[in-house]
Design a protein around this ligand. Structure first.
Ligand code: NDP
Length: 327
């Protein structure tokens, strides 16, 4: 049998954690042949709830679940970690200034980045889910100078999946027919969902929808889907966020399908004019090792504008974080 892979989940006792852990333990994160050791990292008040979740995990008798460790110590939580899902974050509360939000998250993601640097396995792969995800990933990466920046990623996959779902519904086609969807930039209201390259059963999606629908319905619906779910459910999206985290890591580790790509928030290498280092939603493929940014796409004026808006948003967050001394 294969040696177990260590997966660390922070904020493990939260809503997303609850939707995520059972799927990790059942083999959906890494594949049906890979046993997992789960490290649950939480803050002290949530440790008891984490223990409850661990009891349920054990009660599932998952054949792939090797062991569970629960801790509030990041050094222990990331010890030997091969995959880290950073879900726990400080949510924005009413009236909170952006600088305060970034500072509070710097206090979480800085130390976690350092613990990853010092204790994680050499092949560590990090996905940041906790918001503001792109900038939290930047903070963690900056605190981990010995880990290649390419190993710190932010979750854009939920936006990508939401965009596929909206297009499938509009055209009344199965989601499986849609390839090469893309959501540029930041996991925020500024994100730019883009059907320019998408195909539906091999034909260009852009020919099947008009620009009024794209601008007035598609883009805002995808970008504001989180708020619509809170409105309907009375709670934020958790299962779909967990599902997107699973998709992201699964494709990173096992590769993306031929002739398709996914959206991942990865450190820019300067592609498409995005300043080097920003964690940005790009079209990405993987062959099972590193994310690669798809090159050579021709950009429309609308896409260029969407990309630019996201550069500005992320640069301004980066500058604010730098001013706080977190980079
Ligand atoms: P959730 O599990 O619902 O959400 C956790 C984070 O994921 C939030 O930052 C949230 O951002 C973000 N997120 C990203 N995408 C989505 C999405 N599509 N829908 C909803 N959320 C999304 O939060 P809970 O409050 O239930 O749980 C958080 C847990 O984290 C708590 O148990 C807390 O104790 C823990 N925590 C752990 C820390 C640690 O391990 N050191 C540090 C801080 C908290 P947004 O706020 O924008 O919705």
């Amino acid at each position: 049998t294969k040696t177990p892979v260590t997966v660390t989940v922070t904020g493990a006792a939260g809503q997303i954690g609850y939707a995520l852990l059972f799927r990790i333990a059942s083999g959906q994160l890494l594949g049906p042949d890979t046993p997992v050791k789960i490290n649950m990292l939480e803050i002290p008040p949530a440790l008891k709830a984490a223990e409850g979740t661990a009891m349920e995990l054990n009660d599932c008798a998952f054949p792939l679940l090797d062991s569970i460790n629960i801790t509030d110590d990041a050094n222990k939580g990331f010890d030997g970690a091969n995959v880290a899902l950073l879900v726990g974050a400080r949510p924005r509360t009413k009236g909170m200034e952006r600088a305060d939000l970034l500072k509070a998250n710097g206090g979480i993601f800085g130390p976690q980045g350092k613990a990853i640097n010092d204790h994680a396995a050499d092949d560590i792969r990090v996905l940041v889910v906790g918001n503001p995800a792109n900038t939290n990933a930047l903070i963690a990466s900056a605190a981990a100078p010995d880990v290649p920046a390419s190993r710190f990623t932010a979750m854009m996959r939920l936006d990508h999946n939401r965009a596929i779902s909206q297009l499938a519904e509009k055209l009344n086609v199965p989601v499986a027919d849609i390839k090469k969807m893309l959501v540029w930039g930041n996991h925020s209201a500024d994100q730019y969902p883009d059907v320019s390259y998408a195909t539906v059963a091999g034909k260009p999606a852009a020919d099947m929808v008009d620009s009024a629908w794209l601008e007035e319905y598609f883009v805002p619906t995808v970008a504001k889907r989180g708020a619509a779910i809170i409105e309907a459910r009375g709670a934020s999206s958790a299962a779909s966020a967990a599902n997107a985290a699973i998709d992201h890591v699964y494709n990173w580790v096992n590769g993306t399908p031929e002739n398709d790509w996914v959206t991942a928030g990865v450190a820019s290498d300067g592609s498409y004019g995005v300043p080097e280092g920003l964690i940005y939603g790009f079209p990405c493929t993987s062959k099972g090792a590193e994310w690669e940014i798809v090159q050579g796409l021709e950009l429309s004026e609308a896409t260029k504008a969407g990309i630019q808006k996201n550069i500005e948003a992320l640069e301004s967050e980066r500058d604010a974080v730098r001013e706080l001394g977190l980079l």
